[in-house]
Design a protein around this ligand. Structure first.
Ligand SMILES: [Fe+2]
Ligand SMILES: [Fe+2]
Length: 474
């Protein structure tokens, strides 16, 4: 008999709920065998300087120590309950927030939780092989931190499935461990989570772009009238911030290193830049185009009756719902969405309720644009003349109004033939991937050393020095 209160740090009184304990007793070994199988390659014996959450208090969710990852304490934490919390939007607006699942919303709520939960193990699977080419111990530690926390996010969703959805929930929890990223027979649910993450530039782009989609989805679910979901997502968001930090600073450090080498050697041409063993800015732009566009698809169709239902039912709100100054019902409101008519992109107004995916995507794009602006400043400060740009929304999309269309990064509507001619300038090619991977043929393991293609960070983790031994290989 496992003492769950000890083994799984939690603030949900795990030790008192026998049904839940039995469900977890069954699921935990399956989770561990998934971790041994799909967690970071050959890492199981490493001692990693990790942050572990042991409570939701400010001093409790950031405890640092060396941990072997299979012994990481994947805990279950909900933000403390606010007894006065209400459903804040949709047709149930003003009712007390639900502490149990409303019967009529059971299946859609389960679907929402499963879809969110599925992304968590997927990203661990996508990143499995990257440890063998890490640019430093600092970066290796960071990817492992992201991986164990994605594991914890899976636990968070599985807790909700086990606690509130009975047998169906238990079956869904097992299926979450059975799907595999990129598998032809049993893939992960969403497209971007089946794309490979083949190198460290892709990893940083993924954590900047795709983990930020995670943030916006969690923010929308944190508004949910189903209170346990809201409280779970609120705590997950505290961890998500670090993942986006890893992505943003990772790309910024690559840009910085490239610019330094360009200036020192007075070169601009991409092939000259590559000859010096760093990643040319044009390739970074193509990676950006790819990760941005596949992540935009995660928000779903521009016009969606499902999105309207989620909102009207009080299950999934807008970004910062309670801070928005409107009726939170959206009976009359309109919202602009774009579509292709002839050879032009036109904007038209549709009922705001049906455009909630598009609205969340737009909120996301605003935040992305700020981050890309910070990358641009690294280039400007180095005195290099190059502009990073965000492609227009319609570029390289497979879901929504732009699916099946051929839009250039500047927003021109092209024929398939014309688009294909330029694809190699816009998206990473097999040659780009091969070049980037050629830089990452081995791992850098000497404390304080960094691969040639990336600058050191400004500071270490938890005030440790840069030459701290963040990972011990044993
Ligand atoms: Fe996550
Ligand atoms: Fe994340």
């Amino acid at each position: 008999m496992i003492n769950y209160t000890e083994k799984i740090p939690n603030n949900v009184d795990l030790g008192r709920d026998r049904v839940l304990q039995r469900a977890l007793e069954h699921w935990q070994p399956a989770y561990m065998s998934w971790w041994y199988d799909m967690g970071p390659n050959e890492s199981h014996n490493y001692d990693v300087y990790l942050r572990t959450a042991v409570s939701v208090e400010p001093d409790g969710w950031a405890q640092f120590d060396y941990v072997k990852m299979p012994e990481y304490r994947w805990g279950i934490f909900l933000q403390p309950r606010d007894e006065k919390r209400l459903v804040n939007f949709g047709i149930h607006k003003g009712q007390p927030a639900w502490q149990e699942v409303p019967g009529e919303y059971r299946s859609i709520l389960r679907r929402i939780i499963v879809t969110q939960g599925d992304t968590e193990p997927a990203s661990v699977e996508q990143q499995k092989m990257l440890g063998i080419s890490c640019p430093s111990l600092y970066d290796l530690r960071n990817i492992f931190q992201v991986n164990v926390e994605e594991g914890r996010h899976l636990w968070a969703m599985v807790y909700l499935l086990h606690r509130y959805f009975g047998r169906d929930g238990r079956e869904e929890a097992e299926a979450l461990l059975a799907r595999r990223s990129g598998d032809t027979d049993n893939p992960r649910i969403l497209g971007a989570f089946n794309e490979p993450t083949p190198d460290w530039l892709a990893f940083y782009m993924f954590t900047f772009f795709t983990d930020r989609d995670g943030k916006f989805q969690l923010c929308a679910l944190a508004e949910s009238g189903f209170d346990p979901l809201s409280r779970t997502c609120r705590f997950m968001l505290t961890e998500e911030a670090h993942h986006m930090f890893v992505g943003e600073t990772g790309v910024a450090r690559i840009i910085q290193r490239t610019c330094e080498v360009m200036k020192e050697n007075n070169v601009e041409d991409p092939s000259d830049v590559r000859a010096l063993g760093v990643i040319d800015l044009q390739t970074i732009q193509r990676y950006l185009n790819f990760h941005y566009s596949v992540t935009l698809d995660l928000y779903g169709s521009d016009v969606s009756s499902n999105a309207a239902n989620y909102f009207t039912s009080g299950l999934k709100g807008r970004f910062r719902e309670t801070k928005l100054d409107d009726d939170h019902v959206l009976g009359e409101a309109e919202y602009p969405v774009s579509e292709v008519i002839g050879d032009k992109i036109v904007t038209k107004k549709v009922p705001a309720l049906t455009a909630l995916n598009e609205r969340l995507r737009d909120d996301y794009i605003d935040e992305i644009a700020d981050g890309v602006g910070r990358w641009q400043r690294v280039i400007d400060n180095a005195g290099v003349s190059f502009r990073l740009t965000l492609p227009r929304k319609g570029f390289h999309r497979e879901i929504g109004n732009f699916a099946g269309r051929f839009i250039s990064p500047e927003g021109e509507v092209l024929t398939q033939e014309a688009w294909k001619k330029h694809e190699i300038q816009w998206l990473p090619s097999a040659k780009d991937y091969a070049y980037v991977q050629s830089l990452m043929s081995g791992r850098v393991t000497e404390p304080g050393k960094f691969a040639n293609w990336i600058a050191p960070p400004v500071r270490g983790i938890n005030n440790q020095p840069l030459d701290f031994e963040y990972v011990r290989f044993n």
